[in-house]
Design a protein. Structure first.
Length: 228
């Protein structure tokens, strides 16, 4: 059987993430503690669709956050709620055998992107004049991380979203820390903070892209050499 035919017969693995993050172990314990308390009337798709609510609240807050930066506590709360529903939806389906695997893969990550956009929109509305382009650049780079993961998954059937122990959960922690900093110390340093964040994220994207490139290149070269 050639490699293309072999890959086409592989089972869909979008519900199985490869690798671990710094917080994987406590996350697993948290899931096992919370799942039994979820009522039977709540299905996995209810939790998945909750991201629409959390994103809408962020957008509403964004229109008022410049006049009242304390509203960033509300954004941080939405990050926590989105984290919990995102953490539990797939596990709920697996434990109760009621999951919608392919729908869940598609909708979960599509809504993750919408939630990310809502967070960047908050930053855009809060940012001082002249830094709006940096907010757009940040959205492009963060979206590129997701695109990289999906393209790599399409080529390998291995869904890898953790790199050097850093994944979506750790990114949420960073957003909450940034919100806390802005509430405590104001937005005067945003003109420096946003470009610095863009620079750090861009460096991470370059490293991630290079790793995926090397992995796929080495795989294809092995296949090529084996057929020569």
């Amino acid at each position: 059987m050639n490699i293309q035919a072999h890959n086409s017969t592989k089972a869909f693995a979008g519900d199985k993430k490869v690798g671990k993050s710094l917080l994987t172990r406590p996350e697993n314990k948290l899931k096992q503690w919370l799942i039994p308390g979820i009522p039977r009337t709540i299905e996995t798709y209810h939790l998945t669709m909750g991201t629409l609510v959390w994103s809408a609240v962020n957008i509403l807050i964004a229109f008022h956050v410049r006049d009242n930066p304390a509203l960033l506590w509300g954004v941080s709360l939405m990050i926590v709620l989105q984290y919990l529903t995102d953490l539990l939806d797939g596990e709920l389906g697996r434990q109760r055998e009621t999951g919608l695997v392919k729908w869940g893969f598609y909708m979960d990550h599509f809504l993750d992107f919408l939630f990310l956009c809502s967070l960047v929109f908050v930053g855009y509305m809060l940012a001082p004049g002249g830094t709006e382009a940096w907010c757009f650049a940040l959205l492009v780079i963060l979206a590129a991380f997701m695109v990289n993961s999906f393209l790599s998954f399409g080529a390998t059937n291995e869904f890898e979203i953790y790199h050097y122990g850093f994944g979506p959960t750790e990114m949420r922690v960073v957003f909450i820390l940034i919100n806390t900093f802005l509430i405590q110390f104001g937005t005067a340093n945003l003109d420096l903070l946003i470009p610095a964040t863009v620079g750090i994220c861009l460096a991470g994207l370059v490293i991630q892209s290079y790793q995926i490139h090397r992995k796929l290149w080495n795989h294809d070269m092995r296949v090529k050499n084996a057929t020569m």
